[in-house]
Write a protein that binds this ligand. Structure first.
Ligand code: SF4
Ligand code: SF4
Length: 315
């Protein structure tokens, strides 16, 4: 059973949700990103394409304080997230959260996930960078999922929480479930035996180690733990700071040695983590095919194309 909502009533629907929840949705400002909605930025709602900036900061915010110490006493930080709804997540975005769930096991992250209702939105306009169709994505992970069709949204229900939100909407007379349209292809992801292939060198030569790919990747989650201490050393706070495997400092240890000293080793680590290592550990790819790393790369590195060019790999 699906529920139906006329497209012209979407803003009213969101406004109603805003009465009881914090509602986060894609908006278009200097770039496209998820923001907490209010009556002003609701006018900037952006549903045409995937957002440039992923949603991850709402689950693993940069500089998040983990604990405080006051007069030598430790105070663990509790999550203060309000009950919230994120609207407009694409299938790749939802799958990125399922990937993060496998990695982020701390109470702050878990609490944020529990406090968040997920409303997905079918992707009508994948662009030339999207390759989600090749990434064996899960159909799960949403409370509600919206399929646009002509003048209406057809809404699939994924949970009791979701069902409650649409209890006032009419039951649809037909079912509309759409499969993602053709996206860029990555048919063979078996790159295990190609680590030493020369082909990676041309990508690595173009790489600036700017870390934009990891900043914009919805599944990249690496952080450092840092302390801010008062001079008396009695009071302070501990926080996590976003970092990136593309930076030399990422693997730097005492004495100054970096274990991934070369740009080539750092670049290959990114690709192999996304397509090979994580899959062996968790049975899903760490890459969800959103294409953000390709879109944002200042030197237009297309590692999907590189994998497709590997010799001996099935096409
Ligand atoms: S965005 Fe491109 S240039 Fe920057 S670190 Fe990633 S691959 Fe290298
Ligand atoms: S590696 Fe690139 S395409 Fe894959 S999830 Fe991350 S940003 Fe998206």
């Amino acid at each position: 059973m699906q529920k139906i909502l006329p497209k012209s009533k979407l803003n009213d629907f969101l406004k109603k949700l805003m009465q009881k929840h914090q509602v986060i949705a894609p908006v278009k400002e200097e770039n496209t990103k998820f923001k907490i909605l209010n009556n002003q930025n609701l006018k900037k709602l952006y549903l045409k394409k995937i957002t440039q900036v992923p949603v991850k900061k709402f689950f693993i915010p940069d500089n998040e304080i983990l604990l405080e110490y006051k007069n030598d006493k430790l105070i663990e930080k509790k999550d203060s997230t309000l009950p919230r709804i994120i609207f407009g997540l694409r299938k790749c975005d939802i799958n990125a959260l399922l990937v993060l769930d496998k990695i982020m096991q701390d109470p702050l992250y878990i609490s944020k996930r529990k406090n968040t209702i997920i409303i997905g939105l079918y992707c009508e306009n994948p662009d030339e960078y999207c390759f989600c169709k090749s990434m064996e994505l899960s159909e799960k992970g949403y409370d509600l999922f919206f399929y646009p069709d002509r003048k209406n949204y057809y809404i699939s229900i994924g949970s009791k929480k979701g069902e409650k939100l649409v209890s006032n909407l009419a039951v649809a007379k037909k079912q509309v479930i759409k499969q993602i349209k053709n996206t860029k292809k990555l048919p063979d992801k078996n790159i295990e035996n190609h680590y030493r292939d020369k082909i990676w060198e041309s990508d690595a030569e173009k790489c600036l180690s700017c870390s934009a790919c990891t900043v914009y990747c919805p599944t990249c989650n690496c952080f450092d733990i840092k302390d801010n201490l008062d001079v008396n050393l009695k009071n302070g706070e501990r926080f996590r700071k976003e970092t990136s495997c593309q930076l030399k400092s990422f693997t730097r240890v005492a004495g100054g040695k970096s274990y991934r000293d070369s740009r080539l080793s750092r670049f290959k680590h990114f690709v192999y983590h996304k397509i090979d290592y994580f899959k062996k550990q968790h049975e899903v790819y760490m890459c969800v095919g959103c294409g953000r790393c390709l879109r944002v790369c200042p030197t237009n590195i297309d590692w999907i194309n590189t994998i497709n060019l590997l010799k001996g790999i099935k096409k």
